[in-house]
Write a protein that binds this ligand. Structure first.
Ligand code: NAP
Length: 294
């Protein structure tokens, strides 16, 4: 039995069908009944529903499990406690192999969610369980392209001339599935998952212009506007943790590049990783064919 957490999230939605196609016996963990229903409709029969910040939920989720793919939900104010409790619950349940979806460069401690991942990696090293750590760069996310396809604007909440590396979720989940299925081969490894290239927002807008055949412009939105657009008008006061985290991202990515190297991902995939150009073309084709819900 293999447990996947955050199972109806960005990674989970791509990973679960891969694992099911490979015949893996799965358990999924989500917070809401709505997500559980969506997973059931897609053929996932074993779903644990509940707040993973509650240790009882983790205990239930880990029962009878041999391998875990642990993804901590984005922007969760208890991400650190939740991750530590998940590692402890896995060890207590006799899990053999814990695969942790971390982040590229978790040692950058002025990014809140990186510092937490660093601490969780350390806790995992000390757990005595077999482990593999995946460190993805910024995901290539389809929702970030919506404004480019609809309004010819590519918006980011940090400086437009800073360089970033990214990674396609298809590639991340291909590696994750391979690691989970063939876990012994990957025991004790930490893998950086980074696509080729490093891009400023202007570079990305240029690529999107080529893909759409129109002139897409890069536009910076200030972090407060971004915060309100992401979490609602009252968010700076209602969600102080998330506000701190998103402001830290804007500050860090405006003052420094965030880049990595594709060699490890290339080796793991046995082929060149998906580029931003390929991702953008794939998404634009789906958008124009109205196959995807943007
Ligand atoms: N975004 C990036 O570019 C990037 C890059 C590298 C690493 N990361 C890291 O990747 C992680 C996020 O991965 P992701 O985007 O695949 O996940 P995600 O989309 O944030 O995960 C959402 C899933 O988590 C579940 N969930 C949320 N809160 C929960 C709770 N309290 N208890 C149980 N389940 C809960 C949700 O359940 P419901 O559907 O029921 O609500 C949903 O299925 C974060 O740790 C982030 O720091 C992100």
């Amino acid at each position: 039995m293999l447990l996947v957490t955050a199972a109806n999230g960005n990674q989970g939605k791509v990973l679960l069908p891969r694992l099911m196609a490979a015949g893996v016996t799965l358990r999924a963990c989500v917070r809401s009944e709505e997500s559980a229903q969506a997973l059931h409709a897609n053929g996932v029969t074993d779903v644990v529903v509940g707040d993973a910040a509650d240790p009882d939920v983790l205990t239930r989720a880990m029962r009878g499990v041999e391998k875990v793919y642990y993804v901590g939900p984005a922007l969760h104010p208890r991400e650190r406690e939740m991750g530590i409790a998940a590692i402890d619950a896995a060890r207590a349940a006799g899990v053999r192999h814990f695969v942790f979806s971390s982040v590229l460069h978790p040692i950058i401690t002025d990014l809140v969610q990186h510092e937490i991942k660093r601490d969780l990696e350390e806790h995992l090293f000390s757990s005595g369980m077999e482990f593999t750590i995946l460190q993805p760069a910024n995901y290539m996310l389809r929702h970030r392209l919506r404004a480019a396809f609809e309004r010819d604007v590519f918006a980011l909440s940090w400086a437009l001339d800073r360089y970033q590396s990214m990674v396609d979720l298809g590639d991340v989940t291909e590696v994750a599935a391979g690691v989970l299925i063939d876990a012994e081969q990957h025991a004790g490894a930490t893998y950086e998952l980074v696509a080729p290239g490093r891009y400023t927002a202007h570079d990305l807008a240029k690529i999107l212009s080529e893909v759409t055949g129109r002139h897409v412009t890069a536009e910076r939105i200030d972090s407060e506007t971004f915060l309100k657009a992401t979490l609602g008008a009252e968010s700076p006061t209602r969600f102080p943790y998330q506000a701190r985290l998103l402001r830290a991202i804007s500050d860090r990515y405006s003052s420094h590049d965030f880049i990595g190297n594709p060699n490890v991902l290339t080796w793991l995939l046995g082929r060149p990783p998906t580029t931003f150009e390929q991702f953008a073309q794939r998404e634009f084709d789906a958008f124009t064919a109205k196959k995807a819900s943007y």
